[in-house]
Design a protein around this ligand. Structure first.
Ligand SMILES: NC(=O)C1=CN([C@@H]2O[C@H](COP(=O)(O)OP(=O)(O)OC[C@H]3O[C@@H](n4cnc5c(N)ncnc54)[C@H](O)[C@@H]3O)[C@@H](O)[C@H]2O)C=CC1
Ligand SMILES: CC(=O)C(C)=O
Length: 256
């Protein structure tokens, strides 16, 4: 019988790549995003190519919407085995420009979203009478401090902490909790950051390389699929004895 995975922020970028990879691994997938048309496009693509996907609109910052999305997934597929708390936002904010709204908005999505996803999935796993896997998106910026990323980086450090605390708390229910920490990945998020700091559209890869290539041991940016392959491992039985860990997938930007 196939397993069921829910992926947040699955309408583009890393989340979209994770959705396709988990379908290839045999999962039925539930794709969650703020904009229904974006997750519906990915679901249509999967369904047209022999996979099974549903699309659900939800804002991960809103606890009720996350719980409703998990419930709808359980009802549609009759099971839930994996949640990937992938949705995130990445404002660039020099410390002296940080506002209360910046903090609340970014923490609401990146950190609260992970907490709501963890709670909703845990409740569903318990109702279903089995364990499960919770997988959170952190970042190299949550492993090492990055200039102008105090707001974003602080959320990603927090996610690593939540991954450790919940791994200890939920192990008794057969639930593992792990995180993946990408480096610089070719997705719309990175291009948005490039544009925020005043770069021209169309030069995004060059901008990324100019900013980060010195720090990337492998000398290139990451493809979203390279992050998805690590999530594939964390979603599989091969990772059953791994919990509380952050797997850094950054081409060698930081070593911890
Ligand atoms: N692209 C990169 O270089 C890196 C990305 N990451 C992390 O990986 C994750 C995915 O990043 P990307 O695919 O690059 O980002 P992206 O911006 O390309 O895609 C993120 C998706 O999440 C959705 N989303 C945002 N806020 C949401 C909310 N409140 N509720 C539901 N969905 C929401 C967006 O609509 C978008 O479809 C994020 O958590 C990000 O912080 C970590 C390290 C590097
Ligand atoms: C977006 C991100 O996670 C970076 C720059 O590390």
């Amino acid at each position: 019988m196939s397993k069921v995975a829910l992926v947040t922020g699955a309408g583009q970028g890393i989340g979209e790549a994770i959705a396709h990879r988990l379908v290839k691994d045999g999962f039925q997938v539930s794709l969650i995003g703020r904009h229904l048309e974006k997750v519906q496009r990915v679901a249509n693509d999967i369904n047209a190519n022999g996979g099974e996907a549903i699309a659900i609109r939800a804002d991960v910052a809103k606890r009720d919407e996350v719980f409703a999305a998990v419930k709808a997934t359980k009802e549609a597929f009759g099971d839930l085995n994996v949640i990937v708390n992938n949705a995130g936002v990445a404002p660039t904010t020099p410390i002296m420009a940080v506002t209360e709204d910046d903090m609340n908005w970014t923490w609401g999505i990146n950190v609260n979203g992970v907490v709501w996803g963890t709670q909703a999935a845990t409740e569903a796993f318990k109702e279903l009478g089995h364990g499960g896997k919770i997988i959170n998106a952190t970042s190299q910026a949550g492993v090492e401090g990055n200039e102008n990323l105090t707001v974003y980086g602080s959320t990603k450090f927090a996610i690593r902490g939540i991954t450790q605390t919940t791994a200890k708390e939920l192990a008794q229910f057969g639930i593992t909790v792990n995180a993946f920490a990408p480096g610089i990945v070719k997705t719309p998020m990175m291009w948005d950051i490039a544009h925020e700091v005043g770069q021209n559209a169309g030069k995004d890869d060059e901008w990324g390389m100019a900013q980060f290539s010195d720090g990337i041991a492998l000398g290139r940016l990451s493809e979203p699929e390279e992050i998805a392959s690590v999530v594939s491992f964390l979603s599989s039985d091969d990772s059953n004895y791994v919990t509380g860990q952050t797997i850094i997938v950054d081409g060698g930007m930081v070593f911890h």
